[in-house]
Write a protein that binds this ligand. Structure first.
Ligand SMILES: [Mg+2]
Length: 399
């Protein structure tokens, strides 16, 4: 049985700002007053990025505008984000986690997954270990975290959100019915607001309702998404904790958008172009990717990524793009996206073709067309010709 920890800093931006201000000699701990961290109101960043527990009591929420937060609390104190300090402290935390296991995956600037499956035998009691880590962080770094423990990443992350701050929670396979299923459907990871609304129309009010819903019926409403929705409601998730070690080289590209958006057409087009650029560089280096991920930063500066292990390693643009589309919904949800990217990892020199009933047959001709297009694109240092392969492929599918 796998043992996964999800460690999440409570009110990260606010706690970290408080810690750095105290270090600079600031008398007041801004965690104990109604305070928020917010971007520049003059630009488009005038939204609450983090709030103190005191500010929370006034009903102030993350991602709301400063204007509306100030209406809720006249005494509200506002501090700008200190991103370079956040990055520094996030790196220190990451290194600290590595002292417990080499298998650490950064999920966002203040969240990591730790896979303790291979090291848990070193510790008598896994719960005790979690409390030790939680308290050590408080002493060493001066801020609190929540630790969620589960048999997979999904359950660990869900457990970490049960109640905050400064808590350890478990959600093991045998606790799913009692701890996960009574929760409202909105609490399920990666289920956006509009999906939960739709689910409520089907009389699905709790995570348990979804877990026990008829799969065939759900498919009528949510198509391919229904599979992962039901699996998540049942606490099923087989994604691995992917640690960044030397041999796990990766290639990534990302782009900050001109405006925050959830427009599928715009985002898919960006992803398509990035798949092609990454495809070109893989093909140039004669490398194949086994894992692909979409990375995003939302309008309130939260970083997320979701990845997929491919059945066959590839450097084919169409295959990369097709797999990216598979994880589009899970990653984007209803978030307004500020920055979007694609990352490939688990790079290999060889392509190991496994036969699958589910994947389309790989077209050798695609590879040939692709290498011709690569040459032209390299020559003109442009990707003008790239979309042609998508259109030709689409047309071929229609025939
Ligand atoms: Mg956090």
């Amino acid at each position: 049985m796998n043992i996964i920890f999800h460690i999440d800093v409570n009110n990260a931006f606010l706690s970290w700002t408080a810690v750095s201000m105290l270090k600079e000699g600031y008398k007041e701990d801004i965690r104990n007053i109604p305070s928020v961290i917010a971007g520049d109101e003059a630009k488009r960043h005038g939204i609450v990025l983090a709030k103190s527990e005191v500010a929370k009591k006034y009903g102030i929420k993350t991602a709301e505008t400063l204007h509306s937060a100030r209406l809720k609390c006249k005494k509200l104190e506002v501090f700008p984000p200190r991103f370079s300090y956040y990055k520094e402290i996030s790196d220190k935390l990451y290194k600290y986690y590595l002292t417990y296991t080499p298998d650490v995956e950064r999920f966002s600037i203040d969240e990591c997954f730790l896979d303790l499956s291979n090291t848990s035998f070193l510790y008598d009691d896994i719960l005790e270990l979690a409390y030790k880590i939680k308290n050590e962080i408080k002493e060493k770094f001066g801020f609190t975290v929540n630790i969620g423990i589960g048999n997979n990443k999904l359950c660990a992350k869900m457990a970490g959100d049960f109640s905050k701050p400064d808590k350890v929670h478990t959600l093991f396979q045998n606790e799913i019915k009692t701890k996960l299923w009574p929760l409202p459907i909105e609490d399920l990871l990666f289920i956006g607001k509009s999906s939960s609304k739709e689910l409520r129309k089907l009389n699905i009010k709790t995570i348990g309702d979804l877990a026990n819903y008829d799969e065939v019926l759900l498919r009528k409403y949510f198509k391919n998404r229904s599979t992962f929705m039901i699996e998540y409601a049942r606490g099923i998730d087989d994604s691995k904790v992917i640690s960044k070690s030397g041999k796990n080289k990766s290639i990534s590209l990302s782009e900050t958008l001109e405006f925050d958006t959830n427009d599928r057409e715009i985002l898919e087009k960006k992803l398509m172009i990035m798949c092609e650029k990454i495809g070109v560089s893989l093909r140039r280096e004669k490398l194949y990717a086994k894992t692909i991920a979409i990375t995003v930063k939302t309008n309130y500066f939260k970083d997320y990524s979701h990845q997929k292990k491919l059945l066959n390693e590839t450097n084919n643009t169409m295959e990369l793009y097709k797999n990216v589309l598979d994880i589009y919904d899970i990653t984007i949800g209803n978030n307004l996206i500020r920055n979007i990217g694609v990352r490939v990892s688990d790079l290999t020199k060889y392509r190991n073709n496994q036969i699958s009933l589910f994947e389309e047959e790989h077209h050798e001709s695609d590879d040939k067309i692709q290498s011709i297009l690569d040459d032209i694109n390299v020559k003109y240092n442009d990707l003008k010709i790239m979309p042609a392969i998508f259109y030709s492929k689409k047309n071929k599918d229609k025939e």
